[in-house]
Design a protein around this ligand. Structure first.
Ligand SMILES: [Zn+2]
Length: 178
């Protein structure tokens, strides 16, 4: 799936319970961390296609990401589990929702570099399919609802004042949701 969709879904998971700033960003960032292997796009499409869905989406890096989350989290009884959730939600979303055009399938090399076996989903749908668009819209609605309820949005990372202005808009949009 596209990176923004992964982020919106991870943010929704991070806001399931009221968490500290550090903990909710740990949960949210764990949900997009697998796509670090997509940074090959900087070198070009060929590099991107060679490396994307390899080391970032594999079990060893998942263990590393979760270890970092366990070490850095404040609420250790909950946050590592939420990180586990966002990490595997990302893998599942890609496994099912990252198909290429004209029926081509994009596998995940889950045990890379130990094994080069590529795992293909028999039910994979296209990256730009209506299913992914629907999931993205639902995740954005969750972000709006949670923004009004928790009184914060991902904008908090960049500007507290702009974040609060967005929260006020979300509250006006959702007078009966909270
Ligand atoms: Zn991914």
């Amino acid at each position: 799936m596209h990176l923004p969709t992964h982020f919106f879904l991870s943010w929704a998971v991070a806001e399931v319970k009221p968490l500290s700033f550090r903990d909710r960003w740990l949960v949210a960032m764990t949900g997009i961390a697998p796509d670090l292997d997509g940074l090959g796009i900087i070198q070009g499409v060929e590099s991107f296609q060679k490396w994307h869905h390899t080391f970032g989406h594999a079990l060893p890096s998942g263990i590393c990401i979760l270890t970092i989350a366990i070490l850095l989290s404040k609420q250790k009884s909950l946050v590592p589990w939420l990180c586990l959730g966002t990490y595997y939600l990302h893998i599942l979303c890609d496994f099912f929702g990252s198909g290429g055009p004209e029926g081509s399938s994009w596998p995940i090399l889950f045990f890379w570099p130990v094994s080069d076996v590529a795992y293909y989903s028999p039910y994979q749908w296209e990256l730009n399919s209506p299913i992914n668009i629907t999931i993205t819209i639902l995740a954005i609605l969750a972000l709006i609802f949670l923004g009004a309820r928790r009184e914060r949005t991902p904008m908090e990372l960049f500007s507290k004042s702009l974040d609060q202005k967005i929260v006020e808009v979300f509250k006006r949009w959702t007078p009966n949701w909270r």
